[in-house]
Design a protein around this ligand. Structure first.
Ligand SMILES: C[S@@+](CC[C@H](N)C(=O)[O-])C[C@H]1O[C@@H](n2cnc3c(N)ncnc32)[C@H](O)[C@@H]1O
Length: 539
């Protein structure tokens, strides 16, 4: 059944109610739009929206697939390129909507006639799609003809699409960096209710004035972020999404983005020259690492490089605050019973020593969880830090009810040993910043302070899956594997690395220590605590 609306001088609109398609005629050309993509007419419920989405999906897929067959024979440009582009854009969105609701995979294969960015979304278009996967939403035609069949025949993306997805990721990364530099994310109004993201926007003209960037350039770069659903665009201009809110300068994730952009993306341009100069092997020292080489100060250690610029150090610390989350846990792995019973007896003047403890943020988490009248006491905890970093941290801690009695003591762990005779020496996210020989040296410095047999060194870090798991053991999910690999890769520019259990074993042995137990995160992330004690065979 169809309904036709004659809108006078406006285009003719015809709704096919069985499929939900609006056919719009403007002049001679028919175009189409789907009710489920535009604002839903009153009376449509979720069930019928899903039905409509499925119908759009089927019709558009069929349309594009027919198109491809025709183009396989006729290698000329499509006269209907605009329609193809719109169809592809709609199909991408339908698939993303279905994928974000868990209904089906979101990958889309474009027709060859889709050669540039999809057009501006029609007015009132509601697009609030979770950017779970970056899709190659516009694929350039290429002399390398797309392979029609996915590599594994499962409906997954073709090899070309996988690689083109990387191009899109590179471009989006670069666009985010530029927008952060221009203050674009801060200049877009924040929605009153975060859940209603996308409802408050700003016109490009106003935004251009606010951030002092040419409007055409702003529009051009924003397309990279709207096409990857990082920002939202309507006819009224640009809107925040939940993702872009995390890129505002006040958010720690934004500081982490900048940190990793510098460490991974910027430094990557010097990696080939670095390894050509120093040899194709892992960096071994504290200085002459890829990032100091890239920044023209190879003689510096990474932290001295960061510390040269107080703003950079402040951003580093802000970024670190997101490394305490359910994905990167701090507490909940190590069995604290021995610590709590030692705390009760008062046997140890110092129970807990956090080495490279920053602003005391990890100690605070332990005090929150295991403090109290019979628990861990702030006065029995020490935070060791580099002197410059420690000064600021100590000042802030004095105003923090939980941290005010913690002792902040300066230490350079490359050259000095921590306070003697404590029960626990805790190093979280320290070792991964350094090569094996540097870690062995740090651990030897710490080991010199261990006096009692029950004293322990706890290394809280990722324990990288070590090759395929033994038969019968469960394989870590792909997302965990990728996460573990990216974290290790991101440490390379600093001369550091994430380690597997066997790598931990050899580093510990070289420092005269042995592993007592490994406490993995019960939630299944690759994080854990390696518990070390002085080796029994130690001379
Ligand atoms: C990656 S951060 C980890 C901070 C904290 N442990 C955490 O888990 O969030 C590394 C910390 O080690 C400190 N650090 C770096 N070099 C150091 C050195 N030579 N001696 C003492 N601390 C150092 C840094 O200032 C920084 O706070």
């Amino acid at each position: 059944m169809s309904r036709r609306e004659d809108t006078g001088p406006e285009p003719i609109q015809e709704l096919d109610e069985s499929s939900g398609w609006w056919y719009l005629r403007n002049g001679g050309a028919w175009r189409f739009q789907h009710t489920a993509i535009g604002s839903l007419p009153n009376g449509h419920d979720t069930g019928s929206a899903i039905k409509s989405l499925r119908a759009v999906h089927q019709i558009t897929s069929q349309y594009l697939s027919n198109k491809k067959d025709v183009q396989a024979d006729q290698r000329n440009a499509s006269p209907d390129a605009d329609q193809d582009r719109e169809a592809f854009s709609i199909l991408t969105e339908v698939k993303q909507l279905l994928a974000s609701s868990g209904l089906q995979d979101g990958a889309v294969t474009p027709p060859e006639s889709v050669t540039s960015q999809p057009g501006t979304p029609p007015s009132n278009k509601k697009r609030n799609i979770s950017p779970l996967t970056l899709q190659p939403s516009a694929v350039p035609s290429s002399p390398c003809r797309p392979v029609d069949k996915p590599s594994n025949g499962s409906g997954a993306r073709t090899p070309q699409e996988v690689i083109m997805g990387l191009f899109a990721q590179m471009s989006a990364t670069s666009a985010i960096n530029l927008f952060k530099h221009w203050g674009v994310f801060d200049a877009i109004p924040v929605p009153q209710e975060v859940s209603g993201a996308g409802t408050v926007g700003i016109s490009f003209a106003d935004l251009a004035r606010k951030v002092d960037v040419d409007e055409a350039l702003l529009i051009r770069i924003s397309k990279m972020l709207t096409s990857t659903s990082i920002l939202d665009r309507t006819q009224n201009g640009l809107h925040h999404t939940p993702t872009s809110l995390c890129l505002m300068s006040s958010h720690p994730m934004s500081a982490m983005f900048s940190l990793l952009h510098t460490n991974i993306v910027s430094t990557s341009t010097s990696l080939p020259a670095y390894f050509d100069t120093y040899g194709r092997r892992e960096p071994v020292g504290v200085d002459h690492v890829p990032i100091t080489y890239h920044e023209g100060k190879p003689e510096l250690k990474y932290f001295d490089l960061v510390n040269q610029n107080p703003k950079r150090m402040e951003q580093f610390m802000k970024a670190m605050s997101i490394t305490h989350s359910s994905r990167v846990p701090t507490t909940g792995m190590y069995d604290m019973n021995s610590v709590l019973s030692a705390a009760k007896t008062g046997r140890y003047e110092t129970v807990w020593v956090d080495i490279g403890g920053g602003s005391g943020h990890s100690v605070k988490l332990f005090l929150e969880e295991y403090g109290g009248p019979n628990g861990l006491k702030a006065s029995r905890c020490v935070v060791h830090e580099l002197e410059d970093v420690m000064k600021g941290a100590k000042k802030a801690a004095e105003e923090d009810e939980l941290l005010k009695d913690v002792r902040f003591l300066p230490l350079d762990f490359h050259d000095e040993s921590p306070v003697e005779g404590a029960l626990v020496y805790y190093l979280r996210h320290i070792m991964r910043d350094f090569s094996d020989p540097v870690c062995v040296n740090i651990l030897r410095n710490v080991a010199r302070s261990l006096i009692s047999d029950e004293a322990r060194i706890l290394i809280s870090e990722q324990i990288t899956p070590d090759g395929p798991p033994p038969s019968g053991a469960s394989q870590p999910s792909l997302s965990h594997q990728m996460y573990a690999a990216f974290k290790d890769f991101s440490m390379l520019p600093l001369g550091g690395k994430e380690r597997s259990l066997s790598q931990w074993r050899s580093v510990a042995a070289a420092a005269g220590l042995e592993i007592v137990r490994v406490h993995m995160d019960p939630k299944g992330t690759p994080h854990g605590v390696v518990e070390l004690k002085l080796a029994s065979s130690r001379e």
